[in-house]
Design a protein around this ligand. Structure first.
Ligand code: KIV
Length: 284
């Protein structure tokens, strides 16, 4: 059984240059697979809006949906560090709402930490959540909840001025007390700079190989999500193909009368089959 890693382990890993492995998970079986595979941390991301519910973005997801999925992941991965992702409008409107909703992830789903999107402009929310005793992961660079303002799901920090703004966000997140930060879709030079400058563990999803750990969306890396594939994704298998092929084979066998076979049938208790037929004969 894995020994569950805690936040102190991630600080040690940063210092010792041991890379942190990180994936999203949205359900019980995937969480079980991830724990068996030895992942260091799991994110119950609001990307489940697209990957599980089929929304065109993450913004329709609400707190109750996040809690149900976080509970399932917690049950599947009891010995893995699980982070609950604050959905759109669960923290933006007030500090009180931010603290209350962050607390729900710990109280109702036994998460180890929460994640929220934004840098300078949500410093007050990060500080209030941390002050209430909750471990926080910041998330800057491409922040999908505000992709409308960013002009879509586009890489950030690609000019010197834009990169400076990303760095300012990174410092703001650390200064507000967050214990970890996630960088999404920024050039590797910027990812490396932030990783060197910050004392907290820096996780990357599309921020290059020099960060303290790597995250992918599980539905992307197993080839399940098919709408689009971001540049930073590597597919390690093609679940969509495997499952579609299996379903086609099932249909073919059912239509051809090849399934079910004897092997898939329950047998009557010895001698009872004949009794049963006699009984039915009498009833006629
Ligand atoms: O919801 C999510 O999975 C995320 C990743 C895109 C980082 O926030």
């Amino acid at each position: 059984m894995n020994k569950k890693k805690m936040i102190q382990d991630f600080y040690r890993m940063k210092q010792e240059h041991e890379i942190i492995t990180f994936l999203t998970a949205y359900d019980f079986p995937t969480a079980q697979f991830a724990e068996a595979a030895g992942l260091d941390m799991l994110l119950v991301g609001d990307s489940l809006g697209m990957c599980v519910y089929g929304y065109s973005g993450t913004n329709p997801v609400n707190m109750d949906q996040m809690i149900y999925h976080a509970q399932a992941v917690r049950r599947g991965a009891p010995n893995t560090f699980v982070i609950g992702d604050m959905p759109f409008m669960s923290y933006q409107s007030s500090v009180e709402k931010a603290v209350e909703n962050a607390g729900r992830f710990l109280k109702e789903a036994e998460c180890d930490a929460i994640k929220l999107e934004g840098g300078v402009r949500i410093k007050d929310k990060i500080k209030a959540i941390v002050d209430s005793g909750i471990t926080v992961m910041g998330h800057i660079g491409l922040t999908p909840q505000s992709s409308g303002q960013l002009g879509g799901h586009k890489a950030q920090g690609r000019t010197a001025d834009a990169a400076r703004l990303v760095v300012e966000d990174a410092y703001a997140v650390q200064d507000a007390g967050a214990q970890m930060i996630l960088l999404e879709a920024i050039p590797p030079e910027v990812g490396e700079f932030i990783t060197r400058k910050l004392s907290i563990p820096v996780l990357s999803i599309g921020a290059g190989p020099h960060c303290d750990g790597q995250l992918l969306i599980v539905s992307d890396m197993i080839g399940q999500f098919q709408a689009f594939t971001p540049k930073f994704v590597k597919k390690y298998c093609n679940v969509a193909q495997v499952v579609t092929d299996a379903m086609k084979a099932y249909c073919e066998e059912v239509r051809a009368g090849k399934f079910p076979t004897e092997d898939h049938c329950y047998r009557m208790v010895k001698g009872e089959d004949e009794k049963f037929l006699n009984l039915m004969e009498e009833k006629r």
